[in-house]
Design a protein around this ligand. Structure first.
Ligand code: NAD
Length: 498
């Protein structure tokens, strides 16, 4: 197939795909009780894709009640891990069978390139679900080391009702990082997708039902954060709240939980990650390509975006020159074209935020090396050419605040000590990269970086086997790996006298 045919294929598919916008509560798609809806707008061209139910407190109450009833009945929680595993595998198979439709919905809704929706989002979703399902009948409980007349059992219990609130940048993948371990451990779940990208989560509900997940165990509530999101965060019958999103909202959710039933709150929040290139990097060209991808992939709308590029003084001029060339491969285009590497910003608000930071960077005295302008790719679409700022200092807003767009701040450093000081001088601590041929330096710097993930001579490594989460104000707890199960279980000590 040529690129044009592929674009045509996806555009035709987009014309015919049927889109569900209602909430899914207790096994049934339904409108909001108030009848309120909001427009789901595609950032590709500003087209209204459908109307989405605007869930509120009443839907939150009904969904939590359904989740609680299904949990108490034992219809899911009392199945053996092997039985739950089988059903979750069927869920994964159905996602795979519907992968093109899911990828299309993700791209239409959120603006990311269709090749990423298929290759990254759908694949990652499948991997998260299958990896977790595979694990659950291999995770054993513990026996305490007691005297002969005692039996001490340490077991993992499901927490009960889990509310999950997720963002719009990887809508289906972030949802699955929560759903897979929550369901695997026997909980019932109410998931609130972002109002900016609710479509794939709504579709997943039907697939989960077809796979055999009982009614009430998985509920999806599209709607706005301040109404349905806050209703879930304040709900006295939610045991655990898991969140991925901004640090500001995470803090508010913690307060809401503290003021109500002290539900556990686990937050994966923002980042301002440093990618440090030492002069002895093994391959500068590879470091250049990775630095470009680290800020341009997914339109820079990535929590771990390598948004602060720290380059050692003596190679900085050469590095920035090469980087500018590498940025030419990151030209925004119609996301439905499989050749497109960078798509549309999620909405008008996000695009204006990014353009605002470009203005701010220049006003603060940084030098705009390239990019930073709005592009007219499709009428009414939201496209921004990726930008490089040089002569940035770490006290500027473009180095301190999460822009969540393709805007790179290049900061020079003298030596290892200064690089570490700059990298760690941030309220965030989600991820960091470092490039060096010196093995001792790699270990030294990796150990001292205040970040949940550290990548050496690459950017954005890791898979389902490694925990993912942040230090400092990037959050608490971890998604992925067996460590994620801790968020979805309470430990119980049962002590028997023999
Ligand atoms: P956001 O915090 O604005 O929204 C996240 C979710 O919270 C959405 O569903 C939203 O509707 C809801 N929400 C907003 N206000 C709320 C309120 N008052 N009460 C309850 N819910 C509320 O974040 P976003 O713009 O959707 O996503 C971008 C952010 O997510 C960035 O900061 C990014 O770094 C972060 N993120 C973090 C990770 C990670 O794993 N650490 C992964 C992806 C994204």
């Amino acid at each position: 197939m040529t690129t044009d045919q592929n674009l045509h294929y996806w555009q035709s598919f987009a014309e015919t795909v049927s889109i569900e916008g209602r909430a899914f509560i207790d096994g049934r798609y339904q409108d909001a009780e108030s009848g309120e809806v909001f427009d789901c707008i595609s950032p590709i061209d500003g087209r209204v894709l459908c109307q989405v139910a605007s869930s509120g407190e009443s839907e939150a109450n009904r969904a939590v009640a359904a989740a609680r009833a299904s949990y108490v009945s034992g219809v899911w929680a009392d199945k053996s891990p092997a039985e739950r595993k089988e059903i979750l595998f069927r869920f994964a198979d159905l996602i795979e069978a519907n992968q093109e439709e899911l990828a299309l919905l993700e791209t239409l809704d959120m603006g990311k390139p269709i090749s990423d929706s298929l290759g990254v989002d759908v694949n990652g979703t499948l991997r998260a679900l299958r990896w977790t399902a595979e694990a659950i009948d291999k995770v054993y409980d513990e026996l305490a080391t007691t005297s002969h007349d005692q039996l001490g059992m340490v077991t993992r219990n499901p927490v009960g009702v889990v509310a999950a609130i997720v963002p719009w940048n990887f809508p289906m993948l972030m949802a699955m990082w929560k759903l897979a371990p929550a369901l695997a451990m026997g909980n019932s779940v109410v998931l609130k997708p972002s109002e900016k990208s609710p479509l794939t989560a709504i579709k997943l509900a039907r697939l989960a039902q077809q796979a055999g997940i009982p009614d009430g165990v998985l509920n999806i509530l599209p709607g706005f954060g301040h109404s349905v999101g806050a209703a879930l965060a304040k709900h006295d019958d939610v045991n655990t709240l898991v969140f991925t999103g901004s640090t500001g909202v995470a803090k508010r959710l913690m307060i809401m939980a503290g003021e109500t039933n002290m539900k556990r709150v686990w937050a994966e929040a923002g980042g301002k990650s440093a990618n440090i290139v030492f002069a002895d990097a093994p391959d500068l060209d590879e470091a250049v390509e990775a630095a470009a991808s680290a800020i341009c992939f997914n339109q820079g709308e990535v929590c771990t975006a390598g948004s602060r590029l720290l380059v050692q003084d003596n190679i900085a001029d050469e590095f920035i020159e090469k980087l500018q060339t590498a940025f030419q491969a990151w030209k925004p285009g119609n996301p439905l074209n499989p050749a497109t590497t960078i798509g549309a910003m999620v909405d008008d608000i996000q695009m204006k935020q990014v353009l605002g930071y470009v203005e701010k960077g220049s006003a603060e005295g940084a030098t705009l090396r390239c990019g930073g302008e709005q592009l007219d790719i499709e009428p009414n679409g939201y496209y921004v050419q990726p930008a490089i700022f040089e002569n940035v200092t770490n006290d500027m807003a473009i180095a301190r605040e999460e822009i969540f767009g393709p805007v790179l701040s290049v900061i020079r450093f003298k030596d290892e000590e200064e690089a570490l000081a700059i990298a760690n001088d941030s309220i965030y601590g989600l991820a960091a990269g470092l490039w060096t041929s010196d093995l001792s330096r790699a270990h030294r710097v990796a150990r001292k970086l205040e970040a949940g993930s550290v990548w050496v001579n690459q950017y954005d490594g890791g898979d389902m086997t490694a925990p993912f989460g942040g230090f400092k104000q990037s959050g608490n707890g971890r998604d992925k790996s067996l460590h994620a199960l801790d968020k979805y279980t309470e430990l119980k000590a049962t002590w028997m006298k023999i």
